[in-house]
Design a protein around this ligand. Structure first.
Ligand SMILES: Nc1nc2c([nH]c(=O)n2[C@@H]2O[C@H](COP(=O)(O)OP(=O)(O)OP(=O)(O)O)[C@@H](O)[C@H]2O)c(=O)[nH]1
Length: 170
């Protein structure tokens, strides 16, 4: 028997519904690594093969079943960057609706880690002051760049980081 949501009707090959499908959130742990000596922020590029390859982001990734945000962040940064974080301060939670996913981003500030950075997914890394000079940056990260800018008494302009701004500079 065909499974159909309550309120859904079939017209030709089209399912018409008055109860839109609920998009579930993808939970993501993200690290704002802050270098002690000068307050620089670690930004990494998205590796080839992922949506938005080459765009810049803060390092992190999706939570696996049963993981806390801190566990996921520790695992992701070991897998991607070869470092082990030794502190993780939960900071903000934001959401962003991309065409490929509705993400809930759990942001943590990280000021201590062990190990040597190793780009294990062929990505690039950059220690950056604000405003960042890398482009383009994932839109889901703009609120955090705005908060970091406010903490440092700096203005924030998301338009600087957009894809068309990056193309215009080339
Ligand atoms: N890591 C990271 N992800 C971000 C940021 N901002 C932002 O919107 N995202 C979104 O959060 C999601 C993270 O997924 P991901 O593909 O990087 O995660 P992952 O490493 O576990 O990937 P995989 O399991 O597909 O290999 C993506 O949809 C990405 O667009 C950010 O600053 N850092």
């Amino acid at each position: 028997m065909e499974a159909r949501r309550p309120g859904a009707a079939v017209r030709g090959n089209t399912v018409v519904t008055d109860t839109p499908a609920v998009r579930t959130h993808t939970e993501v742990a993200v690290g704002v690594l802050i270098r002690e000596s000068d307050g620089a922020l670690l930004i990494t590029s998205r590796p080839v093969g992922k949506p938005r390859a080459g765009w810049w982001e803060f390092p992190g990734g999706k939570l696996e079943a049963g993981e806390t945000v801190e566990q996921a962040l520790r695992r992701e940064l070991q897998e991607e960057l070869g470092i082990t974080i030794t502190n993780c301060i939960p900071w903000k939670v934001t959401e962003h609706d991309y065409s490929h996913a509705l993400v809930r981003l759990h942001w943590c500030k990280v000021t201590q880690w062990d190990g040597v950075f190793e780009m294990r997914e062929g990505q690039q890394m950059a220690w950056q002051q604000l405003p960042l000079t890398v482009r383009p940056v994932l839109e889901g990260s703009y609120p955090v760049l705005a908060w970091l800018s406010a903490e440092r008494g700096l203005p924030f302009d998301g338009a600087l980081y957009a894809q068309d701004a990056a193309a215009a500079e080339k």
